[in-house]
Design a protein around this ligand. Structure first.
Ligand SMILES: *Cc1c(COP(=O)(O)O)cnc(C)c1O
Length: 399
């Protein structure tokens, strides 16, 4: 892989070291042009005809499944098993509801305390909406395997812990869930585009994820959902929107689910955002995933070693081995202020409450020189207590 050439495919502002591609990926140069064309040539000229003829005659209406197939190639999902739309929170609700209906005699949803809160919140909301006495059981990440028993209807797990980077073994936990008659949902928010994923080899029942993190499709870009082919036609969708209908333009008075993955669609697709996603996915056609993963481990290892040496006040929060995702995290009592001071120096990472400093390593646009400079900035912020100033201590709405 030619990393220098790859980097040229992203717009990165001068003076910024961007270690936050795991929260919001940077702008692919081609995405700006692609969105402009979609606005001016398609929306502007085609108007409503674009649904049938947008993008070289193909039609916007087909984009959610066409782009779903493109994402499918990155996560080991077969053609026709992935569709794009809505946000990840919505997709959690859809697949969780589908799974519970496939296990009508069971009442337990099993998740872990490392899961991203919205996944747990959506489970709580679904439980209250169903009103059938389901229970959300949340255990420590290391206790998931022992907590899977015959009462569990479905496991709802995020493969990579958003705070620490700790990675679950998808294949073994899925096999364990299946041994106990449960279904497995995998949230790939911090996996898709970060490392090799094979939902087919892992035999995952459902997989979901977002496209604005490692896939770089932009703020508010839609989520994706994969349903294992043999389950698709057994799903009775809770969010029975018209575009998941078998014949949306028949305008039937009542709902009939569409074939296969189509039924996971809900309403009108976000065409401009899909145009950005399409351009962002072009980059992935040229990425060798094993090489990307090897380089990501190399860079995050280099950062981990540098920080361990120069910043003794930071406590490692990530596993320092192959079980870590494409990020490195440390704990510090004043983590928020430290990150603000670092951002003021142009090194952008994340703070995650209560005390986590999180740095994402995305080899598509980060190399050794950025890693070394980031270590050095962080060491200076800490040794001079640069963070201990009012402008860094005051919290903003989005951390
Ligand atoms: C980023 C992330 C989300 C975000 O959900 P949205 O509905 O897209 O805001 C959900 N779950 C996980 C695990 C995430 O990492």
């Amino acid at each position: 892989m030619n990393w220098t050439e790859m980097r040229k495919r992203f717009h990165l502002p001068d003076g910024v070291i961007y270690l936050d591609g795991n929260s919001l990926g940077p702008l692919p140069v081609a995405a700006a042009e692609r969105v402009r064309r979609t606005i001016e040539d398609e929306w502007g000229q085609l108007l409503i005809r674009g649904w049938n003829t947008g993008a070289d005659g193909e039609g916007w209406m087909g984009w959610p499944t066409r782009l779903g197939d493109r994402i499918g190639r990155l996560i080991g999902a077969p053609e026709g098993s992935v569709v794009v739309g809505d946000t990840l929170s919505i997709k959690v609700f859809q697949v969780l509801d589908a799974a519970l209906k496939l296990r009508p005699d069971r009442r337990v949803i099993l998740s872990d305390s490392g899961n991203f809160p919205t996944d747990l919140y959506m489970a709580e909301g679904l439980i209250a909406t169903l009103g059938q006495g389901h229970e959300l059981r949340v255990v420590a990440p290391e206790d998931v395997a022992t907590a899977i028993d015959d009462a569990v209807a479905v496991t709802l797990l995020t493969q990579v812990d958003y705070r620490t980077g700790r990675m679950h073994d998808m294949a073994s936990l899925t096999a364990l869930a299946h041994d106990h008659g449960a279904l497995a949902i995998w949230d790939l928010a911090h996996s898709a585009g970060a490392h090799e994923v094979d939902v087919t080899a892992a035999n995952a029942d459902f997989a979901i994820g977002c496209t604005y993190k490692y896939l770089n499709a932009g703020p508010g870009a839609p989520a994706f959902v994969h349903v294992r082919p043999d389950l698709q036609d057994r799903i009775a969708p809770a969010l029975s929107g018209w575009l998941g209908h078998a014949a949306p333009f028949a305008f039937d008075p009542s709902y009939r689910p569409g074939p296969g993955i189509e039924r996971m669609r809900v309403g009108t697709p976000p065409v401009l955002q899909l145009a950005a996603l399409d351009a962002a996915l072009d980059i992935w056609d040229d990425v060798d995933m094993p090489a990307l993963r090897a380089r990501s481990l190399e860079l995050s290892g280099r950062f981990f070693d540098g920080v361990s040496e120069l910043c003794p006040s930071l406590m490692p929060a990530s596993p320092a081995d192959q079980t870590c995702g494409s990020q490195v995290s440390f704990r510090h009592d004043q983590g928020y202020a430290v990150m603000q001071a670092l951002i003021a120096r142009g090194v952008i990472g994340d703070f995650r409450a209560p005390d986590i400093l999180r740095f994402g390593f995305t080899p598509l646009f980060i190399g050794e020189s950025e890693v070394d400079a980031a270590v050095s900035h962080l060491a200076q912020v800490l040794t001079t207590r640069e963070w201990d100033q009012p402008q860094f201590l005051a919290r903003k709405a989005v951390t």
